[in-house]
Ligand binder design. Structure first.
Ligand code: BGP
Length: 468
């Protein structure tokens, strides 16, 4: 037995990285809209509002807002069964805390979902993908419990509006990355202290759990998942001290999946908080909210594996990987952006999660950023991407066939070229579809099929059997 018959093959994007149209049709500003461009050596800057003379990649991106019909037609040509996308919260509630939604924003996504339905493509919708309405900053963003109510109002609005059009939802993109990238994940200053980060995570757990419950009430067909940023680390050696240090590092990540899949804080996290003097802003009834609001499935991104051990403490850093454990893996090649390539690690992580939670899994991001260029013949030869994806699909196949993991689908990242989240570049490309736009937003915005386009089309048509 190979991939299940109804396997959700597709691709993934996020609104702030592809839509552009950053203040069109009543959209408000989000945290992504005040992040400048950067590159692998120069980090993106966060400005105080939109400053004149600065370049902000989210403002135009690939202008998917105005090209979505053309883009979806190309996805359909590849045979997509599923399209993972996000709703830009600040299109629906421009300030985040508005009483009434913005009709023009809601109408836009109606058109998008109708277009997908035309081709029988199932939307998988992330409610919050690295953009928080800037308006929430006035009360401390996710450190304040008010953010929970704002999110719940937003979630309820879109669950109601798109009932019957969308059945698969994700609450927060890469929620565990809040520990490393507080601005992107929760609209907190990047130097936020551990208590603030802990409060924000607690509030996002509550918001997600309430959203799960409401989604089920509005439509029992709804399936709501969590989304884990696929950090997975091997112990540096079989020295038990390395293994213990690695366990400690991974606990800091798995606690997010533990809370959302099991419905309560794990004991190791509670003990750690006791030791470090961190408290939870618990109110009566919260335990029940978390318990009832467990997710239906666990989705995650997977790009690389890490290594951790006793010699260096894992620390967040400004590198393009966002997390530097102090160790490199000598057995692995890296991408041009220094991300270690490890297909076997994907099988390992799928097993780890399935053993731990026994709920359906989905790989909702995976891929390799490369410098793609249009050749003299007009073609784009991205064979390295094909090799990367082939090996990762084979790893998933082993997890399904040999290990019996319940895997719902696969939506590789940036199925169409888009802005890089970590560096703000366009030239770090992931797509099957090339978009003619550069790091300064110049170009014709023309879409072109890369070599990987036809390859992936065949993969989908054969349900993952023909990977050559
Ligand atoms: C994930 C994010 C995505 C995406 C991807 C690739 O962490 O969820 O938004 O951008 O990584 O990363 P990058 O764009 O930095 O290459």
């Amino acid at each position: 037995m190979s991939f299940p018959k109804n396997f959700l093959w597709g691709g993934a994007t996020a609104a702030n990285q592809c839509e552009g149209a950053y203040c069109t049709d009543g959209k408000g500003l989000s945290t992504a809209d005040v992040m400048t461009g950067g590159n692998k050596d120069t980090p993106r800057r966060i400005t105080n509002g939109v400053e004149e003379g600065q370049y902000y990649p989210s403002h135009v991106a690939i202008d998917h807002y105005h090209h979505f019909k053309e883009d979806i037609a190309l996805f359909a040509e590849m045979g997509f069964k599923c399209y993972r996308m996000s709703i830009n919260w600040s299109r629906i509630f421009p300030n985040g805390d508005d009483e009434q939604p913005n009709e023009a924003g809601l109408a836009h996504y109606d058109e998008v979902f109708d277009e997908l339905a035309k081709y029988g493509i199932e939307p998988l919708v992330t409610l919050s993908h690295y953009e928080t309405p800037l308006g929430l900053r006035k009360f401390g963003s996710w450190t304040n419990r008010k953010a929970v109510d704002c999110f719940v109002r937003y979630a309820e609005t879109v669950f109601t509006r798109y009932k019957g059009k969308v059945r698969y939802w994700l609450t927060f993109n890469e929620i565990n990355c809040l520990s490393m990238m507080p601005w992107m994940a929760a609209g907190l200053d990047n130097n936020a202290g551990p208590q603030e980060v802990s409060d924000a995570a607690y509030h996002q757990f509550l918001a997600s759990a309430r959203a799960v419950q409401i989604a089920h009430e509005i439509d029992p067909q709804n399936k709501v998942g969590m989304m884990y940023g696929g950090i997975m680390s091997y112990p540096y050696s079989c020295d038990p001290a390395d293994v213990a240090a690695n366990d400690e590092f991974m606990h800091r990540m798995y606690f997010y999946t533990d809370v959302m899949c099991r419905g309560y804080y794990p004991s190791y996290k509670l003990r750690e908080m006791e030791r470090t003097g961190i408290t939870l802003p618990v109110q009566p009834g919260d335990q029940e909210i978390l318990r009832v609001g467990k997710v239906d499935f666990l989705s995650f991104s997977y790009y690389m594996s890490l290594v951790c051990g006793k010699k260096t403490a894992a620390k967040a850093s400004e590198t393009a990987i966002s997390i530097d454990t102090g160790y490199a893996n000598p057995y692995l090649q890296q991408t041009e952006w220094g991300w270690p390539i490890d297909p076997a690690g994907l099988r390992h992580l799928l097993n780890l999660f399935y053993d731990r939670y026994q709920i359906p899994l989905m790989v909702v991001e995976n891929g390799m950023g490369t410098y793609d260029t249009v050749g003299a013949d007009g073609a784009i030869h991205d064979e390295a991407r094909i090799d990367y994806l082939r090996e990762h699909i084979l790893a998933m196949k082993k997890a399904v066939e040999i290990d019996g993991v319940d895997l719902m689908g696969y939506t590789p990242w940036g199925c169409i070229d888009l802005v890089s989240a970590s560096t703000g570049e366009m030239k770090k490309r992931y797509g099957f579809i090339y978009v003619d736009v550069d790091d300064e937003g110049n170009g014709t915005f023309e879409r072109k099929r890369k070599a990987s386009f036809d390859w992936y089309k065949k993969v989908i048509a054969t349900n993952g059997e023909d990977l050559d």
